[in-house]
Design a protein. Structure first.
Length: 198
């Protein structure tokens, strides 16, 4: 049984969130930074390819099972962009605000009036670097893009991602509610189910 997992991310928020969810299974989650593992270049063409690249790298350099996720937003009016390039949509090293501004700018010049969008999260758990059958879980969260940011919770595109059922943006939701509804929450719950069945 897995007792310790290295998370292929240096994001403390992700480490905390995933650690809390896996605590019930007595699995300790440690960030890859504890092993001096650098972020790997995301050269995949899909969310799942990038997640596998990150998990394999962390497993190889830590000799532990590794968990990675790749996530982003797909906007229908932009043919699914920014997709896997969500974190660097306005260029490498771009801030959340710059990515958000570029997305809204691109929507202004788009001929499509469709504002539908979805967050995608692909989570991969590899028991070792050459694991031929990694656990793969996906979470999707449907919403639409609004014209101006609202809310202070969350990060990335959360302030412009509107959820009709909640009548607010992702950034206006309390963390507990967001963790239940979000793409990452859904992918993590899928992972929890698969892990508890192992």
């Amino acid at each position: 049984m897995i007792k310790k997992i290295v998370l292929a991310s240096n994001n403390p928020g992700k480490v905390r969130e995933i650690g809390q969810l896996l605590a019930d299974l007595d699995i300790e989650v440690v960030p890859q930074s504890e092993f001096g593992i650098p972020e790997i270049e995301e050269t995949g063409l899909t969310f799942v390819e990038n997640a596998i690249l990150k998990a394999r790298n962390a497993a190889e350099l830590s000799n532990l099972p590794a968990l990675a996720d790749d996530s982003g937003i797909e906007v229908d009016a932009l043919m699914g962009a920014p997709g896997i390039y969500s974190a660097r949509f306005a260029g490498v090293g771009a801030s959340d605000a710059q990515n958000l501004e570029k997305l809204l700018g691109d929507l202004q010049t788009s001929e499509s009036k469709t504002r539908t969008a979805r967050f995608q999260c692909l989570m991969v758990l590899m028991t070792h670097a050459t694991d031929p059958t990694p656990l793969i879980c996906q979470g999707t969260w449907e919403g639409e893009i609004i014209d101006s940011p609202k809310g202070d919770n969350g990060f990335g595109y959360d302030p412009i991602f509107y959820i009709a059922d909640e009548q607010c943006t992702s950034a206006q939701l309390p963390a507990e509610k967001k963790n239940v509804l979000s793409h990452r929450g859904k992918a993590l719950n899928c992972l929890l189910e698969k892990l508890s069945n192992l």
